[in-house]
Design a protein around this ligand. Structure first.
Ligand SMILES: C[S@@+](CC[C@H](N)C(=O)[O-])C[C@H]1O[C@@H](n2cnc3c(N)ncnc32)[C@H](O)[C@@H]1O
Length: 259
């Protein structure tokens, strides 16, 4: 059983978690999420553009603008998938910097690597298959970490946030870009109709996969709201945390520092 009162999502016991609206054994979540992203990898980019009417590009641009990343920095684009943020960071950090695109899913990593190579992004980008909960990097290693539309899919989000905190340098910042809770009631209703009816239909038409896009809509509803996620970041050690509501809170960008 899962408690979703006031937008706060809590697992009922230590052995279960949620996969969209289903309650499942924790150990099953990684493979179920993996199936979703193996299925959508090839059509991921086109679906992103269609579903968000291109607006995901503006959310990602805002993330870059809030990152403070400069030439020479080392950046982790966690759950980086097809590499939109990595491509932008690669241009900013330049020859003396480095961007690591890490993702748990090899299908998404392969699509990302091919895409970035096709557009000439080589040299300062490395690809690592890794689980956000157990990052295979040294302590105090990155100037900046981003996780874009990834945290929602992670089984133990608190563990992942602690892992990100560990590998961030003192003075570094974490940016969590994720779907969140709309702050305007009429928008909420339209958004619900869109997500639960139109989204699976688009998934069916474009990617021949309604189920994965039903999971997307459900997982968004089960994700912690703005204040809850801010509290979770603070619980992992992040300071000066704040969030920016984007597109009426459909998406929020959370920022926190390690000092
Ligand atoms: C919706 S995609 C986001 C991709 C990209 N960041 C973007 O914004 O377009 C979510 C990504 O999270 C990855 N992911 C899911 N669980 C993960 C985990 N535990 N650790 C690392 N990556 C994970 C998936 O494989 C997928 O590529």
């Amino acid at each position: 059983m899962t408690d979703t009162t006031q937008g706060v999502t809590q697992d009922a016991d230590q052995n279960t978690t949620h996969f969209g609206f289903q309650t499942i054994a924790k150990e099953d979540k990684v493979s179920m999420v993996a199936n979703v992203f193996h299925n959508v990898a090839a059509k991921y980019d086109i679906m992103n553009d269609v579903m968000s009417m291109g607006i995901h590009r503006i959310w990602k641009r805002f993330t870059i603008d809030c990152s403070g990343v400069r030439p020479g920095h080392r950046v982790l684009d966690l759950a980086g998938g097809t590499g939109d943020l990595t491509a932008k960071f690669s241009r900013i950090v330049g020859d003396k910097g480095q961007v690591i695109l890490a993702d748990i899913n090899n299908s998404m990593l392969n699509v990302g690597r091919d895409k970035l190579r096709d557009i000439g992004i080589v040299g300062n980008v490395n690809y690592v298959q890794a689980n956000a909960e157990e990052l295979p990097f040294p302590d105090d290693y990155f100037d900046c970490i981003t996780i874009g539309f990834g945290l929602r899919n992670v089984t133990d989000k608190d563990k992942a946030l602690r892992s990100m905190y560990r590998v961030l340098k003192p003075g570094g910042r974490l940016l969590v870009l994720e779907f969140s809770k709309p702050i305007v009631e009429p928008l909420s209703k339209v958004y619900d109709a869109y997500s639960f009816h139109l989204l699976p239909k688009m998934g069916e038409l474009i990617a021949n996969d309604a189920e994965s896009y039903r999971y997307l809509a459900e997982s968004i509803r089960m994700h912690p709201d703005q204040e809850t996620l801010k509290g979770m970041m603070e619980g992992a050690g992040f300071e000066q945390t704040k969030y920016f509501n984007l597109t009426g809170g459909i998406v929020a960008l959370h920022r926190g520092y390690k000092f």
